[in-house]
Unconditional design. Structure first.
Length: 312
């Protein structure tokens, strides 16, 4: 009987220091899971270091190693999508090369799908040990906020590291949107999902490519991709300020007619103008975010551009 195939997708951006460590660990797990065939699909996301050279070296040494290399850096979301498109496995998993996604969990994840009937097995960190406190605080706030605003539930601490059946992968690939937020897309397609919890693991080597600013922009993308509440909020704020200004006008008219008090308080008036202008710009900015996403989608640009693969 032919063995089923499991594809391990590894997005890589400047991961030359981690790749050999990762390869050694994932090969050990593959040897333990003898009921499956493996393919290791590395997606080089426009790395500036020796990442691609190392991947090619691994490919020459091990026929199970495949790779896709982009023409430039398109971002992790594009790399994950490319990996899913080029995967051949009956089961597919996404893993980071820095070993923050423990390969050993694959054994339990596969068992849950094969024996317990799940379609997806995801992982989530129960601690954020090793992260800057400010980043952990804002991450928790983000998940609370987006779960209140979106109809799609997103699990706090969820990683991109998950094992999926081919049916789930095909469902995700059917979502062709250019502005991708995979954590939301994984939740959107549904299917029976089991979550495995584990404590945060430090990078085996190298440094994270996610700065606070990049994470902030990524969070905004997630909110605008899966909720229209900010648009509703901007409208409510606009109506509220119209009511306040209308009441203020009536109060000023009545005060002038009854007391005869001339208009005073220029400093406070200027402050109010600046405040209201700030609110207006904030609301326009929210609408601009949605408009920009729509603009990018209508261009129908490719999510990524491939420069070379192992088939070249």
């Amino acid at each position: 009987m032919k063995k089923e195939l499991l594809t391990v997708i590894v997005p890589c951006y400047n991961e030359q220091e981690s790749l050999f460590y990762f390869y050694e660990e994932i090969v050990k797990i593959a040897e333990q899971m003898k009921s499956l065939n493996f393919e290791f699909l590395f997606v080089n996301d426009g790395s500036k270091d020796q990442t691609l050279s190392i991947i090619k070296e691994l490919s020459h040494k091990d026929k199970r190693v495949r790779y896709v290399s982009f023409s430039r850096n398109f971002g992790k979301e594009a790399a994950m999508y490319a990996g899913l498109e080029h995967s051949k496995g009956d089961y597919v998993t996404l893993m980071d090369a820095d070993l923050q996604d423990p390969p050993a969990l694959l054994i339990e994840m596969y068992s849950a799908i094969k024996n317990d009937g799940y379609d997806v097995v995801g992982t989530r960190r129960v601690t954020r040990k090793g992260e800057p406190p400010i980043r952990s605080f804002f991450a928790r706030c983000f998940y609370k906020l987006i779960n209140r605003m979106s109809k799609v539930e997103m699990v706090d601490g969820a990683r991109d590291y998950r094992l999926m059946t081919r049916q789930v992968v095909d469902a995700i690939l059917s979502l062709k949107e250019y502005n991708r937020y995979s954590k939301g897309l994984f939740s959107f397609v549904g299917f029976d999902t089991k979550w495995i919890e584990y404590e945060n693991v430090k990078r085996v080597a190298g440094e994270t490519k996610w700065s606070f600013w990049k994470l902030f922009i990524y969070a905004l993308n997630g909110i605008t991709a899966f909720s229209t509440v900010p648009l509703i909020l901007s409208g409510v704020i606009g109506i509220l300020f119209c009511l306040i200004s209308f009441i203020a006008i009536i109060v000023i008219i009545i005060k002038t007619l009854t007391v005869g008090d001339p208009t005073v308080g220029w400093p406070s008036l200027v402050c109010i103008i600046f405040f209201v202008s700030g609110v207006q710009l904030f609301c326009i900015g929210i609408m601009g975010q949605y408009l920009s996403k729509t603009y990018l989608e209508t261009k129908h640009r490719p999510i990524y551009v491939v420069k070379e693969t192992d088939k070249n």
